[in-house]
Design a protein around this ligand. Structure first.
Ligand code: GDP
Ligand code: MG
Length: 455
């Protein structure tokens, strides 16, 4: 059948070492300890490990790396992927770009309500002011903040002080009002005053209680916030599970803010909360100062949770070395204006091996155009595997002289690779386009010439 044939093809591609069940089991014991030490909740650890095990078995081990190290790298990548979720991470080279508008949903009729919830002392009030300041400076939003904390008289005052510090308006305090009343007044004031955003800072309790949940749920109902952010301290540890579950089930949250990331907690709570609620971690607090608010960085938190940064960077370095070797080989052929289907195959192999399409294409000059196409077409691993299978179903002569591939050969190749003729055509066309780019580069004096011209 199809999968069998593809399976055989992949076996050939895979080279010598692929991860065995034993390799993976052994390394996973270490991973399990690391995750538990980082305070990730046990059910989350179990679930995560089971998923990654399935993914890791059979993956190729790159040169100069042990199977155990390879597993750690796969775990790390899975951790990053899971933590990043929909919010994702900025593309390479745009780390400084302001992503506030992507991270926070502000696409409702103003004033946009943002509700801050969480336990007492988690950092809600501080984070409210930090977000307000950021919306004001990077998005030029007119922001109003309101404290619904009637538990502690000092709480409303605390927000007023932060408002003054950041130059953000706060709702005038009227003693004796209930949280829901204050919330309604804040929204009224937001409309009358022409505010873009109204941040509602709620009270917390030291532990979850019925009154708190009812109160917060009611505030959410009357204000219908665009964002309901659960603020939690990175040091929360095992309580993360209860807190995240309760707030998500009873109130409903749209995202999580992790505070005190500047402390030395390993941050396993982030993984627990993300896994349990399915909600993205959007922002992180990295200090007491008003500008100490950053976009959530999955890489950074994953590194801390796993605590095996050395291994991860070692594997990454090894992968880059191979990538460079292979890229150089292809580059030398390109300089001679040569780029046959064998070259394309080794490029595809490499792309898949790295598990990152963008990575390799980004390295190769002139391929940036294709990179865009690939991103637009949302090409995945399975497509690359099919493309590899197509080339592998060609005879060596066909690979060196694609021009001889006519209708009947195409049919044979499609059948042999478990694909269809249009897909074969598409690949040949892509190869042709790449070849044209290579020729153009040759005219410009190859890569060296181009580099000299540019530099
Ligand atoms: P709330 O009870 O949830 O409103 O918590 P607060 O906003 O009043 O914060 C409680 C304490 O934590 C304050 O002293 C804040 O300065 C501090 N805090 C909040 N966020 C951070 C953070 O990201 N890093 C550090 N180091 N301290 C924080
Ligand atoms: Mg507070």
């Amino acid at each position: 059948g199809l999968s069998g044939r593809l399976g055989d093809v992949l076996e050939k591609l895979r080279g010598k070492g692929s991860l065995s069940q034993d390799d993976v089991n052994e390394a996973m014991r270490e991973v399990r300890v690391a995750l538990l030490e980082a305070d990730v909740a046990l059910p989350v650890v179990k679930d995560f490990i089971a998923k990654v095990k399935t993914r890791a078995v059979g993956q190729e081990v790159i040169q100069s790396v042990t199977p155990g190290q390879m597993v750690i790298k796969i775990v790390h990548d899975a951790l990053v992927e899971m933590l990043a979720g929909q919010v994702g991470t900025p593309d390479e080279g745009e780390a400084d770009r302001d992503r506030t508008a992507e991270i926070l949903n502000l696409n409702v009729t103003p004033p946009v309500p943002i509700l801050m919830v969480g336990l007492q002392g988690s950092g809600k009030t501080t984070t409210s002011a930090k977000i307000a300041l950021r919306l004001k400076t990077t998005q030029r939003k007119k922001v109003l903040m309101a404290s619904l904390d009637v538990q502690r008289p000092a709480a409303q005052h605390q927000l007023a002080v932060l408002g003054e510090q950041t130059g953000v308006d706060t709702l005038p305090i009227i003693m004796g009002q209930k949280p829901v009343q204050i919330a309604k007044r804040a929204m009224d004031e937001g409309r009358k005053g022409g505010y873009d955003v109204v941040i509602l800072d709620t009270a917390g309790r030291l532990a979850i209680d019925e009154e708190l949940m009812v109160e917060v749920a009611e505030v959410r109902k009357v204000t219908n916030p665009a964002e309901t952010l659960l603020v939690t301290d990175a040091m929360i540890g095992q309580d993360a599970v209860t807190v995240a579950t309760e707030f998500n089930d009873r109130v409903g949250i749209t995202g999580i803010v992790l505070t005190r990331v500047d402390g030395d907690a390993r941050g396993g709570a982030a993984l627990s909360m993300r896994a349990i609620t399915g909600r993205p971690i959007k922002l992180m607090g990295v200090g007491e100062k008003m500008d100490a608010l950053e976009d959530f960085q999955a890489e950074r938190i994953a590194g801390r949770i796993l605590g095996m940064g050395d291994v991860v960077s070692l594997v990454e370095k090894a992968a880059r070395t191979i990538e460079m070797d292979e890229a150089e080989k292809i580059a030398r052929r390109m300089e001679k204006g040569k780029f046959d289907l064998e070259d394309m195959l080794s490029q595809l192999k490499q792309v898949r091996r790295m598990g990152d399409i963008k990575g390799l294409l980004g390295l190769m000059p002139g391929v940036a155009k294709m990179k865009k196409q690939i991103e637009a077409a949302n090409i995945d691993d399975s497509l690359i595997k099919r493309q590899e299978a197509i080339i592998l179903s060609m005879t060596p002569r066909e690979r060196r002289h694609p021009e001889i591939i006519k209708a009947s050969r195409k049919k044979r190749i499609a059948a042999g690779s478990g694909t269809a003729v249009p897909e074969v055509n598409k690949l040949l066309k892509q190869h042709q386009q790449m070849g044209q780019m290579m020729k153009q580069m040759k005219k410009m004096g190859g890569m060296k010439g181009m580099a000299e011209r540019m530099g």
